[in-house]
Design a protein around this ligand. Structure first.
Ligand SMILES: [Zn+2]
Length: 366
């Protein structure tokens, strides 16, 4: 089978297996393992926060010290889809949940690695839970199997149109909870949690404005230069004649590597303490960003003939950078990802194969 047929067949097979982040990915991991005859495979097993069995894979062949290709097995939920796991090709475009984000790119990584001579070091880091907690990438970065490989770099193959992305932001997710007492609102016996929450929200609005307008928090290397500080409010379905027992605010705060946000983080914490709401935070790794003259960036620029850039979204690179320097570069465009129209041009997937092979072959064992 030629590379083009192999990539399409494998991509379609992967799309056909449900691997939303909420379900176990073991069937998909087993399907991928079956493609990797001749590779040493380490299974990195864990249970996610909901107790669901998950598996990430570290697959390696050849000498140590080379480059790894990386992708994730999980997908976002099937919101809006009628047939998410029925892959089909129309006019050279593969449709299906996960086709571009990122089972198609994972198929290209596998076909690229498999087709190299055994003397070329080839590693695949196949994660899961990228769309939620990044737990799979974190587990791989901490695993002895991956650490023992002496990797010199990692290509995270998220769809970038095969343009080299040398850095992106990473986030802190804040959750603030105000507590009240539920009662029929007419009785005067209840306490509405929103009254405790509103002063906190007012302070968060000020933080948002500061990030948006104070140049001290802007990073000219990114578009947009200011940080995302997106706030979502939840009263958990309380009816309008009931006092709210629990009011939850979640905030996604995306940080740039080159900005000192200590005053912003302090402002959020101080506001919570002052207004009596309970604050917790989940923090991704520091924003991964390589300098423009880093050897891995230089290699990607040379092999693609394209300038390196930055991206506003996040990837597993925020965790995998603990293992080795990361760039993000993969086939397809992010435009249809996370929509019920997700698709990828098969030609884009196939074009990644020789590029990935050149990248791996140009990084000799260290
Ligand atoms: Zn993705």
């Amino acid at each position: 089978m030629n590379d083009a047929d192999a990539v399409l067949r494998l991509a379609a097979d992967l799309v056909a297996i449900d691997s939303r982040s909420s379900v176990s990915n073991l069937p998909l991991a087993e399907r991928i393992e079956a493609e990797l005859t001749g590779f040493d495979i380490a299974r990195v097993d864990y249970a996610d926060a909901n107790g669901v069995a998950k598996r990430a894979l570290v697959a390696h062949r050849g000498p140590k010290g080379g480059l790894a290709l990386s992708g994730h097995m999980d997908t976002v939920p099937d919101t809006g889809w009628t047939d998410p796991w029925s892959p089909r090709v129309v006019d050279g475009v593969l449709h299906g949940l996960g086709s571009v984000d990122m089972k198609g790119p994972v198929a290209a990584c596998i076909v690229a690695a498999r087709g190299l001579p055994e003397s070329v070091p080839a590693t695949l880091l196949i994660t899961t839970d990228e769309e939620t907690s990044k737990q799979g990438a974190r587990a791989i970065a901490a695993s002895d199997a991956a650490r023992a490989l002496g990797l010199r770099g990692i290509v995270v193959a998220e769809p970038t149109g095969l343009l080299p992305v040398r850095g992106h932001r990473s986030h802190i997710e804040y959750t603030a909870v105000a507590t009240g007492v539920q009662a029929h609102s007419s009785t005067g016996q209840g306490t509405n949690a929103n009254w405790a929450l509103i002063p906190f929200l007012a302070e968060m609005k000020a933080v948002f404005e500061r990030l948006r307008h104070d140049p001290a928090y802007h990073d000219a290397g990114y578009d947009p230069p200011f940080s995302d500080f997106n706030l979502v409010i939840d009263n958990h379905g309380t009816a309008v004649n009931v006092t709210v027992a629990k009011a939850t605010v979640r905030i996604k705060f995306r940080r740039s590597r080159n900005v000192d946000y200590a005053p912003i983080e302090a402002a959020v914490k101080d506001a919570a303490a002052r207004t009596g709401v309970t604050l917790t935070e989940k923090r991704e790794g520091t924003p991964p960003e390589l300098p423009a003259d880093h050897p891995l960036v230089a290699l990607a620029v040379r092999e693609t003939g394209q300038a390196a850039r930055t991206a506003p979204y996040g990837t597993d690179a925020s965790e995998l950078q603990d293992l080795a320097p990361c760039i993000v570069m993969g086939p397809g465009t992010i435009a249809t990802a996370h929509t019920p129209h997700e698709c990828v041009a098969v030609a884009d997937l196939v074009a990644a194969v020789p590029l990935f092979r050149r990248m791996l072959a140009a990084t000799p064992a260290g």
